[in-house]
Design a protein around this ligand. Structure first.
Ligand code: FAD
Length: 531
């Protein structure tokens, strides 16, 4: 069987599907190859859709449905640290249930540690188990997307202007050849695409092994007394691991560590470790739905593309899921690649523009991987006082820096000025309009974020009645790149410039108080000035 498409994506995990939807919304034809069965139970490993990912999902039109999935309305998302369900509670980071999350004005309600974040879309504690079906459902609505399940990618042949993707229908053995302009491997940590590119993972050795088991067990809910927790860290002399509420009722994800001196996962007593974690005896029973064995590492691919072949998400980087930032970093990759790839395929930008993807995203992957690994090392010191537990954990459960702090500071698509972006760490970030930073969110009216009004490629924001749009509109039209013009007002002191040029991924790529040299600006932002 032969097929043609503009972009072939391998893997219908959260990253592959987000990329497919983002490309399809820009009119690009996409074919997704997934070896799994769409109807099979989803993975429960990731349980946090970060605020930054929710901003992406808001643009894609699925934020509301994602926010309403998973835990019941009144189930809190607290992180609780205790010696056991029947033991002593040592510390609690109080985080809202869905009902508590939004105030009457539809914005984040006060009283929680992330209430004042500058975002229209606070974090959602929803499992991948519920997220993936939502992404599938959304993808199915696009005529531009073809989803092939039960098909395994086997290899590719790259030519100068196209890639032939080779795959096999698992049930029949039938061979498939897909002719595409680009191939993107979103095929997870063991990525066949990455291996076939000849690209290695580089990073740090393992920090321990974990088995994470998804169980059906309504009796766990009865172990809670008082306000339930979403993520329950339990440490006593037998165990030090986590029980996560998936649906707040009968589904739970139970993480248990393999003994530190063991060579592999067989050293873990699968059942006894669950009893130890829950503090229950032999009579307690559960049904195992799925498990995943994983090794805590920090690995980033040497490079994210080889010609027309790209890797994204876990295929490009894996690290210990501290702060819940594996999938979310992958969604950020997809967001970065989608608009650039669509600009190239739609003829708005030269092919070379795609080189900026690696230049922008690789350093961020390195930074996030190190922040996650450092957090794991801090936790390995086993904080045991409430003060120490909170000091180490608040930044990972309320990780404003990971969400909003990162910036692209060496991009060939950004016109920089003399000011440096503010530094960030896992828990904190400063809003800034320095080129490369994320445009700080502000409300246009009670329900409309500035993000809702940005165009699909570039937007010129004109503040406080100042105008340069006639010149910009001409220059962008001549360059063949779409431009949206927005007249806005925002009084925060970091909006000190009259004009901002913002990309659809919400990163600022120029700012000024008057007309720049338009020839230079257009050459840079449209990728005609690549190194
Ligand atoms: C215990 C645990 C907890 C985690 N918690 C969080 C969290 O809270 N927040 C967070 O952001 N991240 C978390 N993560 C990480 C997160 O789960 C991953 O980063 C995320 O799943 C990566 O998504 P992906 O789409 O890149 O890859 P995957 O989800 O791995 O999807 C890859 C897809 O590719 C398919 N595939 C693979 N090979 C082929 C082939 N040859 N042909 C066809 N299809 C193929 C697979 O079947 C799969 O569907 C956690 C991870 C673990 C292990």
């Amino acid at each position: 069987m032969n097929k043609d498409t503009q972009v072939a994506i391998i893997g219908a995990g959260p990253v592959g599907l987000t990329l497919a939807i983002d490309l399809a919304q820009r009119g690009i034809d996409v074919l997704v190859i997934e070896r799994g069965d769409e109807a099979a139970a989803g993975d429960a490993k990731c349980n946090t859709v970060s605020a930054r990912t929710m901003e992406v999902f808001r643009r894609l039109g699925i934020a509301e449905v994602v926010r309403s999935a998973g835990l019941p309305d009144d189930y809190p998302t607290d992180a609780v640290f205790s010696t056991g369900f029947d033991g002593q509670e040592l510390a609690r980071i109080k985080l809202p249930s869905r009902k508590e999350r939004m105030g009457p004005d539809g914005h984040s309600a006060p009283g929680f540690p992330d209430s004042d974040w500058l975002t229209p879309e606070p974090v959602v504690r929803v499992s991948q188990y519920f997220l993936n079906p939502i992404l599938y459902q959304c993808a199915r609505e696009f005529s531009e997307i073809t989803l092939l399940s039960g098909v395994e990618f086997t290899g590719y042949e790259q030519g100068e202007n196209e890639v032939d993707v080779l795959a096999r229908v698992i049930s029949t053995g039938e061979q498939l050849r897909v002719n595409a302009k680009y191939l993107v491997g979103c095929d997870g940590g063991r990525s066949t695409v990455r291996k076939q590119m000849g690209v290695s993972f580089l990073g740090d050795a393992q920090l321990g092994r974990t088995r994470s088991t998804l169980v059906r067990c309504p009796a766990i809910r009865q172990l809670y007394t008082g306000r339930p927790g979403w993520m329950n860290w339990i440490r006593n002399d037998k165990v030090s691991r986590i029980c996560v509420a998936i649906d707040g009722d009968e589904l739970w994800l139970l993480h248990r560590s393999v003994p530190a001196d063991a060579d592999d996962f067989t050293a873990l007593d699968a059942d006894q470790s669950i009893r130890d974690l829950l503090g229950v005896d032999e009579d307690f029973s559960w049904e195992v739905l799925k498990h995943v064995d994983w090794t805590a590492r920090r690995l980033v691919a040497e490079r994210f593309n080889s010609g027309r072949v790209f890797i994204e998400g876990d295929a490009a980087h894996i690290w210990i899921p501290m702060a819940g930032y594996g999938m979310n970093a992958g969604v950020a990759d997809a967001t970065n690649l989608a608009w650039m790839m669509a600009a190239v395929l739609n003829g708005y930008a030269p092919v070379d523009m795609l080189d900026a993807h690696q230049i922008e995203r690789h350093p961020i992957s390195e930074q996030v991987s190190r922040l996650a690994m450092n957090k794991a090392l801090e936790l390995a010191e086993r904080p045991d006082t409430p003060e120490k537990i909170l000091q180490i954990n608040v930044p990972q459960f309320v990780c404003e820096g990971l969400n909003f702090g990162y910036f692209y500071d060496n991009s060939p698509l950004i016109v920089y000025d003399e000011e440096s972006p503010p530094a960030y760490d896992m828990g904190s970030a400063q809003p800034s309009t320095v080129p490369g930073c994320r445009l700080p969110h502000f409300w246009i009216d009670s329900q409309t974020s500035i993000y809702d009004t940005l165009g699909p490629y570039y937007s010129l924001l004109q503040f406080r009645g100042n105008t340069i749009d006639a010149v910009f509109a001409d220059a962008f039209e001549n360059a063949g790149m779409p431009l949206t013009v927005l007249d806005v007002d925002a009084d925060a002191d970091y909006f000190k410039h009259k004009f901002l040029l913002v990309r659809s991924d919400q990163h600022i790529c120029w700012r000024g108080n008057g007309l720049p040299d338009m020839t230079d600006l257009i050459a840079v932002v449209t990728g005609h000035n690549m190194p």
